[in-house]
Design a protein around this ligand. Structure first.
Ligand code: S3P
Length: 438
């Protein structure tokens, strides 16, 4: 049933937590597979694509640019650029919905191809900062206009791009990837330096598709050139697995095994943080899939101790800080997160959203412009505003599963969970989470 707040969930104490799960495909890798194959000679097949709203918006945008993308079965697609030529300018604005990755990477790609276009998104995306991509892309020679530094973005045609040597002011894989995509079609070398390591999926996939690229020691160098198509297997999304990892970690005695999850070291920071808190985390069946490390993650809950998380650690767990807060809520002592100002410009202001929700559940929380501190303790039920943010909704669902008997938690406005995690409710029920839609 709908309400003024959109659809919601009702959570109650879970009798027992445990089981084996496979979560859907990686969102970051799915976006990149679609975007890169659409400009790669011969195209390729994607297996395990995340069929969630964010990636489907990117898929639709690429179709509007003339790419041919055929479904071959669940999660399987064949992507081929337009026959006999490159992508073409779209005749309507491209709507990337809720997705920062879709909008920022596509802007880099379009700037490189010199295709005039307008890109927009939903209310959340239209509040997010775009100067971080517009400035370096325009410095390369693009002609992008943003209204007040935010979407919609308007790309006009330009005289050609020049490679850039760019030191990013923020640690952002989206900014890095947008510049690299533009650099594929620029004159001369493009070099991007990062203030802290961020996810390197673009670098790995570009190398796999034959780009002239090298990276390490905090910088990437790319020389222009075409890509050669190849089939791409997408591992399960670490960021989706993270909710269940945190749930098992925060409940002594619980054991959950997540199958075939991407454990790229630029993504799996949460595991190191939870281990430091005392959780038992094991990796099984480790292997490489399409240039990305993959493993089954087995987590066994133990009593946890609070930790301090540094800015560098935040960059390697940037989407998992809400899930980490679940563990912090159940840990002994006060967990401090530092250098996390980026969390304020995600799908919602995640520092404010987590603080508000944790306080509503009876916990003591302090916020700062670039972080928060959470003191573990007893939790109670109540009502949580997810602010339309998928990761806030899913994190609080996990904390709801840890409620004492008799307590109930309502989470409002959960529609956007469909942007990243189809069938989240079924996965919750499979490991014993007591969750109902309402
Ligand atoms: C992403 C990078 C991160 C992350 C986002 C996905 C990507 O954003 O938060 O969910 O796919 O490159 P930033 O680059 O803004 O840190």
């Amino acid at each position: 049933m709908g309400s003024a707040q959109g659809r919601g969930w009702q959570l109650g104490a879970a009798a027992e937590i445990g089981g084996v799960l496979q979560v859907p495909g990686d969102k970051s890798i799915s976006h990149r597979a679609l975007l890169f194959l659409a400009i790669a000679e011969g195209g390729g097949e994607i297996r395990g694509l995340l069929e969630a709203r964010d990636c489907l918006n990117t898929l639709a945008a690429l179709r509007a640019l003339g790419a041919r993308i055929d479904s071959l079965g669940p999660g399987s697609y064949r992507v081929v650029g337009p026959a006999g030529g490159g992508l073409r300018a779209p005749d309507k604005p491209l709507d990337l919905g809720n997705s920062g990755t879709g909008l920022r990477l596509l802007t880099g790609l379009l700037a490189g191809l010199n295709l005039p276009a307008s890109l927009t998104g939903d209310a959340s995306l239209c509040r997010r900062p775009m100067g971080r991509i517009v400035d370096p892309l325009n410095a390369m020679g693009a002609a992008i206009r943003a209204e007040d530094g935010r979407p919609p973005l308007h790309l006009a045609s330009h005289e050609g791009l020049q490679g850039i040597d760019y030191a990013m002011p923020v640690a952002s894989a989206q900014v890095k990837s947008a510049i690299l995509l533009a650099g594929l079609h620029a004159r001369g070398e493009t070099r991007v330096r990062e203030p802290a390591p961020t996810r390197d999926h673009s670098e790995r996939m570009l190398a796999g598709l034959g780009a002239d690229i090298e990276w390490g020691q905090g910088e990437v160098r790319l020389r222009p050139g075409g890509l050669r198509g190849q089939d791409i297997d997408v591992p399960a999304d670490f960021s989706s697995a993270a909710f269940f990892v945190a749930l098992a970690a925060a409940r002594p005695g619980a054991e959950i095994c997540l199958r075939q999850v991407g454990i790229n070291p630029t993504r799996d920071g949460l595991l190191r943080l939870l281990k430091r808190m005392g959780a038992a985390v094991g990796l099984e069946n480790q292997r490489l899939v399409g240039g990305e490390p993959v493993a089954d993650i087995r987590v066994t809950g133990q009593p946890l101790e609070a930790i301090t998380v540094s800015a560098e650690e935040v960059a390697l767990a940037v989407d998992e800080i809400p899930a980490l807060m679940i563990a912090a809520a159940r840990a002994r002592g006060t967990t401090h997160v530092e250098g996390a100002a980026e969390l304020r410009v995600k799908e919602s202001d995640r520092i404010a959203a987590m603080a508000e929700g944790l306080q509503a559940m009876g916990l003591s929380v302090e916020t700062r412009p670039d972080g928060l501190s959470v003191t573990g303790g007893p939790i109670r039920g109540g009502r949580i505003a997810s602010r339309g943010d998928h990761r806030i909704a899913m994190s609080f669902a996990m904390l709801g599963a840890l409620l004492p008997a008799g307590e109930q938690l309502r989470i409002d406005d959960v529609d956007n969970v469909a942007t990243s995690f189809p069938d989240f409710i079924a996965r919750c029920k499979a490991v014993g989470v007591n969750i109902q839609e309402s």
